[in-house]
Design a protein around this ligand. Structure first.
Ligand SMILES: C[S@@+](CC[C@H](N)C(=O)[O-])C[C@H]1O[C@@H](n2cnc3c(N)ncnc32)[C@H](O)[C@@H]1O
Length: 320
């Protein structure tokens, strides 16, 4: 967390070295050699928040780490004159969006899937900078659906995340809203800057009918993803779809979505499920269809009572 003083917010050398997984000496050397208007606060060197992006760019340049890693952008997307496609191309060119956002191939899949399902109520958990949201909104736009995507995210500052993410974005909420506006899709997307746990506990403030299409791509830890699942799936309509992203831990490095599939979905006759491979990174997606209902306050019989599930059920007061 940056320190807030009279003339702005500042990051300490220690924080910067932790973000970059590098030594404090290396950070100090860059701050001293470059004109980042760093300053001393209580005797310690700090970097002004406004210079964070330039500082990270400099660090990666010194390390010889290329900043232009991005998903390959299909030709048709580049040449299409639609506002939403030109906006997506610009977003894919921004390094913060790789590899945390879905790829163009996954986006096309979601767009086409949502266009076929024609859901009345769509909820997204975890939009990051809004790439997946724009793809889904384009699917709704194509079929002239009246639906509006309710998209929930913490919208915290996005900082480099070593070794995979080399970009940063200090105000993702504003960025996402601006891009949606550039894409001419503001009428299709409502962003909610909040924790999905709070959203799940007060879902009636966000949607007024069962969810027909739920995209879960938020907290990818076991506990986080399981909590999202437990809070939201009871509100999905029978026949409705739940899409989970990042289901292959060996490729994406996250265990939560796999855990939910194995503990709550597989072998549960309340759901039908299909896992799909994804390109160019096989992080994987699962398409789950809810084929039978259970009351929102009860526990589906076939969810296995592992210690984590039991603890969560108790915490969320969902014990049947
Ligand atoms: C992998 S990114 C989502 C990528 C996005 N769906 C896309 O493809 O463009 C995960 C997002 O989940 C959000 N997130 C994590 N935990 C959350 C929570 N408890 N509540 C709301 N959002 C959360 C993070 O802020 C981050 O933006």
């Amino acid at each position: 967390m940056p320190v807030n003083v009279e003339h702005g917010a500042f990051y300490s050398v220690q924080e910067l070295s932790q973000i970059l997984h590098t030594s404090e000496e290396e950070v100090i050397a860059i701050l001293k050699n470059e004109d980042f208007s760093s300053c001393e606060i209580q005797g310690n060197l700090h970097l002004n928040k406004g210079n964070l992006e330039a500082f990270f760019d400099r660090y990666f340049a010194i390390k010889g780490i290329s900043g232009d890693r991005q998903y390959p952008i299909p030709k048709y997307l580049k040449s299409s004159p639609e506002p939403w496609t030109t906006t997506l191309v610009q977003m894919y060119e921004k390094k913060v969006n790789f590899p945390a956002s879905i790829s163009p191939e996954q986006g096309e899949f979601l767009k086409s899937f949502i266009g076929n399902v024609n859901p009345r109520t769509v909820v997204e958990i975890g939009c990051f900078t809004g790439i997946s949201t724009i793809w889904m909104a384009a699917g709704l736009e194509q079929i002239a659906s009246p639906a509006v995507i309710q998209s929930i995210d913490l919208f915290d500052e996005i900082l480099p995340w070593m070794p995979t993410r080399h970009g940063c974005l200090l105000d993702p909420y504003r960025y996402a809203n601006d891009r949606v506006s550039d894409a001419r899709l503001s009428h299709r997307i409502q962003f909610h800057k909040m924790n999905s746990v709070d959203a799940g506990h007060h879902l009636d403030r966000i949607v007024d009918r069962p969810i027909d299409f739920l995209f879960i791509d938020g907290d990818h830890t076991r506990q986080g993803c399981l909590t999202d699942w437990m809070l939201f799936y009871p509100h999905v309509s029978v026949g409705g779809y739940i899409v989970l992203h990042d289901i292959y831990p060996e490729h994406c490095g996250w265990e939560g979505p796999r855990y939910v599939l194995d503990e709550c979905v597989r072998g549960n006759d309340q759901f039908a499920m299909l896992e799909i491979k994804t390109n160019p990174c096989n992080f994987g997606m699962a398409i789950v269809q809810k084929i039978a209902n259970t009351p929102a306050t009860s526990r589906p019989a076939s969810i296995q009572q592992t210690p984590l599930v039991a603890k969560l059920l108790k915490k969320l007061s969902l014990q049947g």
